[in-house]
Design a protein around this ligand. Structure first.
Ligand SMILES: *Cc1c(COP(=O)(O)O)cnc(C)c1O
Length: 452
């Protein structure tokens, strides 16, 4: 076998793209030219995705100028393992780092109205693994939401819950609105008596019955935790349910989704008895150095949430509702219509009529409309790569100052391609023109609120 064939059979990545990268490097005169190749690709993305696209990816948020600047700060070169404080650390020289980290912990507690918080999760995935490490033993039964209903690998056999060796039973869901089928949960849960129930999903339109579910499982000492990866910003802004007040013992979340901070994880809890097991699972089990530049950026994004979270998150939800309605007016089917489409930043379109999620997402991307394919109820395991849905999110368009009227314009761009069959190239010109007018990021201390 030739080298090329071997690598084609053994690489997980697209081998054509890797081959192209090798060719670029082979053509470089020296290391500097290699550096330039990397920087040029970053710049191309910045121009395209950062200035010319309408980004409707639900898990992405553009960070504020202050947060971006901190991500490049000197403190990012410092190592600081362990808990905050002179005796707790391995390294001397951390007095200002302790100060930064303590500010972050206290800001997270304040933003999320919680007694305890941890700032060291380099990803929300790691936060979920910390929960499983702290609250379960291998072989335990847990319940979580399956992927076609929005569940995430974090809580399934192919992610942290699986790595922990847990037995996983599905939380029964209502397929039309992506909400828990509480009647069925009341029947199934006592049969399997889960030690832990993970609620929360990557695709969420409406709140979950957390209070009722935690009461059911309390009978045998079961606990519920909320994986608020997507919703933790909405929770901070008071625009979604408040899991810690509704029976969840812990709340995890991604800092880079609705929370609009640096990509990483957040975990908060109220019960002092959980402090030792959860923080032990974080250090020394799952995090050593934890990127102090990111901690500083996370602290500032928490301050932004405290100051702007309510207005920002409320507009995100209004925009999602407006986008759902506008798509339906153009004949594109949207889930949750009966309940006003959504109470989150997400809109889920059923695009089976337009060739499914994969082709639709790539067609729209040719017009600079960035979305993602998504499994929807009705898809089977065989549809994994080519699911029937499209997930849209309104975080980024909102932070650029857009409101309900702009959602109508965006739905129109989509309708021209999907319903009227216009060419993406034609629509792209209008998308780029439109996007020109939205280049300033709001809901932060650099630019405040968007102009009325
Ligand atoms: C995105 C997501 C995660 C993973 O978050 P990261 O911060 O990317 O690690 C976990 N759970 C759910 C439900 C998610 O949607």
């Amino acid at each position: 076998m030739t080298e090329a064939v071997v690598s084609q059979l053994t690489e997980v990545h697209d081998t054509e793209i890797l081959t192209q990268a090798r060719a670029v490097l082979d053509a470089c005169r020296d290391g500097r030219a290699m550096q330039d190749a990397v920087v040029a690709a970053v710049r191309r993305n910045e121009q395209w995705r950062g200035e010319q696209c309408i980004n409707l990816l639900a898990p992405e948020a553009p960070t504020s100028p202050a947060v971006r600047a901190l991500l490049a700060s000197e403190v990012g070169t410092r190592a600081a393992e362990g808990h905050i404080g002179k005796v707790n650390r391995w390294f001397a020289g951390t007095k200002y780092i302790d100060e930064i980290e303590a500010l972050c912990v206290e800001l997270l507690k304040q933003a999320l109205r919680a007694r305890y918080a941890d700032h060291r999760l380099v990803a929300s995935m790691i936060g979920n693994l910390a929960v499983y490490t702290a609250l379960t033993e291998p072989g335990d039964v847990i319940m979580s939401i399956a992927q076609p209903f929005g569940g995430h690998s974090s809580n399934r056999w192919d992610g942290p819950a699986g790595v922990r060796g847990l037995k996983i039973v599905d939380v029964p869901m209502n397929p039309d609105e992506l909400v828990v089928d509480l009647d069925l949960f009341r029947k199934v849960a006592p049969l399997v008596r889960p030690k832990l129930v993970a609620v929360g999903a990557s695709m969420t339109l409406f709140p979950f019955p957390l209070r009722e579910m935690s009461e059911v499982i309390a009978e045998w000492g079961g606990k519920l935790y909320f994986d608020g990866a997507h919703q933790i910003g909405l929770i901070a802004g008071g625009q979604f349910q408040d899991p810690l007040r509704e029976g969840a013992v812990a709340l995890t979340g991604s800092a880079g989704k609705t929370f609009s901070g640096p990509q990483s994880g957040i975990i908060v809890w109220d019960d002092p008895a959980l402090t030792e097991p959860l923080t032990h699972a974080i250090f020394p089990v799952l995090a050593a150095t934890h990127q102090v530049n990111r901690v500083a950026a996370l602290a500032v994004s928490a301050a932004e949430m405290i100051e702007f979270g309510q207005a920002y998150m409320a507009q995100i939800v209004r925009n999602a509702q407006a986008l759902g309605a506008a798509l339906e007016r153009r004949g594109i089917r949207v889930l949750g219509a009966r309940k006003g489409y959504t109470r989150t930043h997400q809109v889920i379109a059923d695009v089976r009529a337009y060739g499914g999620g994969l082709d639709t997402a790539h067609l729209l991307a040719r017009a600079n409309l960035v979305t993602n394919k998504n499994l929807i109820p009705g898809d089977s395991a065989a549809d994994w790569d080519r699911p029937g849905g499209l997930r849209l999110g309104t975080i980024e368009v909102t932070r650029y100052g857009m409101r309900e009227p702009e959602m109508d314009v965006i739905a129109d761009f989509m309708g021209r391609i999907l319903v009227e069959g216009q060419s993406p190239a034609t629509v792209m010109e209008d998308v780029v023109d439109f996007r020109q007018g939205y280049q300033t990021l709001y809901y932060n201390f650099d630019h405040g609120l968007p102009p009325q």
